[in-house]
Write a protein that binds this ligand. Structure first.
Ligand code: NAG
Ligand code: NAG
Length: 282
């Protein structure tokens, strides 16, 4: 009985659920360009996008839809050469693109590559919750992300937000609202971009233009509907089911391994940035 139930879910419900966010892999199906003009190029019949940055502009894209939960992923290859000063990113964002809205808090879950000091192996994760950021955890990756595409994922359900790199969890943000830890409630969209914030230092433009590549534009997300936001916590979405509510023991040991061997900056170790969630999330 349990087996046939499982098969039923797997074969019948799953494809339908996935289709809610936009089932196929084509860029145009799920995403649109937000800035950068001809610095965004669609390649391989829509299956790949190149974002280019030079002194005139970077480029970016956003999901067409807003979501209330999901398992968001992208394949990304970051610029080669010495991309000091350039950020290549993939993230979830609660406020509408470019338009802060009165009364809507800023939530953001980031994956960012800081091309600092010619060391491209650094990946930075950050959380903006209830308008407050500065919650960086940064890692040296165990591979060179400039050579090949790798998979970067953010799982978001009512219970936790988890960052994965090639299937390895590197960070968890748990729902501990009962302990006063902020957790996103509203709609989120997905964004990706290449840009150069002045605080990160000056790029060496002689090495440019810098190019990032993205593939895998399918979105497993629950479309947000303001009339019934609670439906995005339904168990009919696979990412809300039991096995996604907390890490299993194998994932937990991978997380601890990543923290121990690859994390070099943790805001929790900085008294100025430390938050109550530091005792809970790890
Ligand atoms: C956080 O978890 C509580 C249960 O502990 C639940 O009632 C609440 O809806 C969750 N919050 C969000 C934003 O998912
Ligand atoms: C990378 O470029 C920056 C900016 O020009 C420079 O300061 C840095 O030394 C370079 N790093 C390497 C490893 O070449």
């Amino acid at each position: 009985m349990e087996n046939s139930l499982f098969l039923f879910f797997f074969f019948f419900l799953l494809p339908i659920e996935c289709a809610l966010g936009g089932g196929d892999d084509l860029f145009d199906h799920n995403y649109y360009q937000t800035f950068g003009g001809n610095h965004l190029t669609v390649l391989d019949q829509g299956k790949e996008v190149q974002l280019l940055i030079d002194p005139s502009s970077g480029a970016g894209f956003s999901s067409k839809s807003d979501f209330g939960s999901g398992y968001f992923r992208i394949n990304m290859k970051i610029p080669d050469k010495n991309s000091t000063g350039i950020i290549t990113s993939f993230y979830l964002m609660q406020i509408p693109v470019g338009k802060p809205v009165e009364g809507v808090e800023h939530y953001e879950f980031d994956i960012e590559f800081f091309g600092t000091h010619g060391n491209p192996h650094m990946i930075s994760t950050n959380v903006f919750a209830n308008d407050f950021g500065r919650r960086e955890q940064q890692f040296h990756l165990w591979f060179d992300p400039t050579v090949d595409f790798h998979t970067y994922e953010i799982l978001w359900n009512q219970h936790q937000i988890v960052w994965f790199v090639d299937g390895t969890p590197i960070r968890v943000w748990k729902n501990n609202t009962q302990l006063g830890v902020d957790f996103p409630t509203g709609q989120m969209h997905v964004e990706a971009s290449i840009w150069n914030p002045s605080w990160l230092g000056n790029p060496d433009w002689n090495q440019g233009p810098f190019k990032a590549h993205y593939r895998g534009f399918a979105i497993d997300g629950c479309l947000y509907q303001s009339s019934k936001p609670e439906q995005c916590s339904s168990n009919s979405y696979y990412w809300n089911q039991n096995r996604y509510r907390e890490l299993d023991s194998d994932q937990e040991s991978k997380l601890q391994n990543a923290r121990k061997n690859y994390m070099y900056d943790d805001y929790c170790n900085d008294p100025n940035r430390h938050g109550a969630e530091c005792e809970i999330n790890q």
